[in-house]
Design a protein around this ligand. Structure first.
Ligand SMILES: [Zn+2]
Length: 465
């Protein structure tokens, strides 16, 4: 029965009730159940998840026709593989053309309700090189995402507010590139969602966030920084108790700025349109989301040691529309120098940092011609010491272009100095270095500070959420 406009807008269709139940169940699991049983129970969950993926889901996707017995039998895939056989990787057989047409229509109309069969919505992730990645998610998958994120991150006071009928409902504001009408449809008496479209002038975003008066604010890191600055100028007037940074790597400096504005340390959610990959715990350590994914490590430079770096190959047994099986990501992760287990009660492995896309790792040459990799966290630290407020780097193995704002002789000299020192430290020859003025960044565009020069900065949608 369709929902009626007018008097009783709280009337729910059974479908909304089902989605609410999915989100609530996942919330309970992420908050309490996942802590019980330690590593053994986590291993059991992974085994059951993989079993279901191999037996029930993969046989429905044409790419895995006939099914496979073991995860190790599945080939490692990447964005290009998936794009080449798009309909083969999703259980509904949706072709790439159809998905792209739907994504373009939604971007143009800013209406992301999902016109594909089963309410499936399309996510695009352009990254910094090549064609955009295209991803499909259905409403149940999005509810599992929301339930997990809130279950893991919600502060105690917000939880009390959520369950006490005499308190006002908990207000959650999402500032994202793609609308999440879905959440509005499953809001309840205890929970209200506001969506602020990121593709708008900042003034409009500021008003939207201020008007929502959120208890919980979810936004990409670069926008959180802009909002925190507005807050410090006294132009926002919100007091969120939980601030969640999504879609982009959050620098320490950005994190401190957000904390100075609202007095809470922002919590990090590391995700790609490929899924929910890691969340930080209340001790500030970033746990792989091993309750839903299996991560294999492709070690860089044979560095399988403490503090080593790797490219993750992800199998996500929570994804039920588009299958993510041994999918090689574009990111580089770093293992901690000390123990991988954390005392917070979550048995999932801890990673030290997400160092961004593999494209952000600058490849240069040693004097003897060997390739030397310069990691983004080192570049970020170096650039911080040059005290340029805003910067971006485009690199090729023989040339680096650094864009800075403000551009003046003093800052340009400082940048040249810190990069020369950095390259010398890592044993690389400093490529030809060009310092130019930084073009203003479009709001809503993903913050890509370091990228390979063969592709322009592109955007990333976060509409998997
Ligand atoms: Zn922890």
């Amino acid at each position: 029965m369709p929902e009626q406009d007018g008097a009783d807008t709280r009337c729910r269709t059974p479908r909304d009730a089902t989605l609410q139940a999915i989100a609530a169940a996942r919330f309970v699991r992420a908050r309490w159940v996942d802590r019980i049983g330690g590593a053994a129970s986590l291993e059991r969950r992974q085994r059951r998840g993989l079993e279901r993926l191999l037996r029930e889901r993969m046989p429905r996707a044409a790419h895995y026709r006939g099914g496979l017995d073991r995860l190790g039998d599945a080939p490692v895939v990447d964005k290009a593989t998936v794009l080449a056989d798009f309909s083969g990787f999703n259980v509904r057989g949706i072709p790439l053309d159809t998905a792209l047409a739907e994504a373009r229509a939604a971007e143009a109309s800013r209406d992301f309700r999902g016109e594909l069969p089963g309410g499936v919505t399309v996510g695009l992730s352009s990254g910094t090189s090549g064609r955009p990645g295209v991803f499909l998610v259905d409403p149940a998958e999005r509810m599992r995402w929301a339930g997990t994120v809130l279950g893991r991150l919600l502060d105690r006071r917000s939880l009390v507010q959520l369950v006490q009928p005499w308190l006002p409902p908990l207000r959650i504001a999402f500032a994202l590139r793609a609308n999440s009408n879905l959440y509005e449809s499953v809001a309840s008496r205890r929970l209200s969602f506001a969506f602020v479209d990121l593709v708008a002038p900042f003034e409009q975003i500021r008003q939207g966030v201020a008007g929502a008066r959120p208890d919980v604010l979810v936004a990409p890191s670069s926008l959180l920084v802009e909002l925190a600055r507005a807050g410090l100028r006294g132009e926002l007037g919100i007091e969120p108790r939980l601030v969640v940074a999504v879609a982009e790597v959050l620098d320490d400096a950005d994190s401190e700025l957000v904390e100075s504005a609202w007095g809470v340390r922002p919590r990090r959610v590391y995700q790609a349109t490929e899924g929910l990959l890691a969340l930080d715990c209340d001790r500030g350590r970033l746990h792989l989301n091993e309750q839903s994914i299996v991560v294999e490590s492709e070690w860089i430079d044979g560095s399988e040691v403490v503090g080593g770096r790797f490219v993750p190959i992800v199998t996500d047994f929570d994804r039920s529309t588009q299958l993510i099986v041994r999918y090689r990501l574009d990111d580089v992760l770093r293992m901690p120098a000390r123990g991988q287990r954390c005392g917070c009660g979550n048995p999932a492995r801890v990673i030290d940092a997400v160092e961004g896309r593999a494209d952000e790792v600058i490849e240069a040459f040693a004097p003897d011609g060997r390739v030397v990799r310069v990691f983004p966290d080192a570049v970020r630290r170096a650039m911080t010491t040059a005290s340029t407020a805003e910067w971006g780097i485009r690199w090729a193995p023989d040339a680096i272009e650094v864009a800075i704002d403000p551009l003046d002789p003093e800052h340009a000299r400082a940048v040249r100095g810190v990069l020369a020192r950095l390259f010398e430290t890592v044993g690389a020859v400093l490529p030809e270095l060009d310092v130019v003025a930084l073009a203003p960044r479009q709001l809503g565009a993903k913050q890509v500070r370091i990228a390979r020069a063969h592709a322009a900065t592109q955007e990333e949608t976060a509409d998997v959420v």
